[in-house]
Design a protein around this ligand. Sequence first.
Ligand code: NAP
Length: 279
Amino acid sequence: MMIIDGKKEAEILRQEIKKEIESLKSKDNKVPGLTVILIGDFAPSQIYVKNKEKSAKEVGINSNVVRYSKEVTEEEVLKKIEDLNNDIDVSGILVQLPLPSQINKEKIINAVSPKKDVDGFNPINVGNLSSGYNALVPCTPLGCLYLIKKVEKNLSGKHAVIIGRSNLNGKPMAQLLLKENCTVTIVHSKTKDLKQECLKADILVAAVGVAKLVKEDWVKKNSIVIDVGINKVGDKIVGDVDFDAVKEKSKAITPVPGGVGPMTIACLLKNTLDCFKAR
Ligand code: NAP
């Protein structure tokens, strides 16, 4: 059994990104730029943005945060996005979610240029990913695939089961695994027999938001188990998988915290670098 060390893998990826940025900088003295738009004072968003900014700076990305009060108008945010789309020094734009109720999320996501869409949420990128073309891919599933491939390079023919069908996690994860020639099943809250579906998985990805939903007897022996969930239970953070019970049965498993989480930010940096290189 292997416990997949997401912190270590994220550090390796960040170092690779840093090296590449240094090498690009030595050629024309230009570095990637990431602008985050942060609206309101929602505490978790403040923490995420602070971490993103710090990680970006550490690898040499020119990071900038545009802050608005929660009363800002949709028009003002759309105007800012338009300016950033046209700014040659901005390689990537990220609008931190959730947004206040007066701002239409769909309009905002559509406004970010697909070429600068480091979150991979713009429908152009979603469509490209599902068509099997090159696309900017949401950071968390991208990080999950990276970790899965650290365990096994060739995923062809594997049965992957994904719990959750969100645009953020479940759906793009399914597309990525399909591209790797997996047989993919997506299960969700309306699925009839969740346990039986999960038992088919060579690769099981849980992106649900229900603490310890996945039990030991839901998991096939020697499978790869990726836990995306972040759930607060008392003063502890736990995943969607009952880690202690499942770990002995799996071939490889991600812990929470220290598994998928660190990879999400590392993949945001990777997407920003890719946007910069594609200019
Ligand atoms: P979401 O949008 O709420 O989607 C959850 C999905 O799980 C939905 O498809 C829902 O089904 C399904 N679901 C809910 N309860 C279920 C149940 N009892 N059985 C089967 N399926 C069930 O959540 P999300 O944004 O994808 O996030 C999922 C989890 O990942 C959360 O804990 C979140 O905090 C975490 N997360 C972690 C990272 C990271 O970096 N590690 C990043 C993002 C999110 P329906 O569609 O039928 O409602």
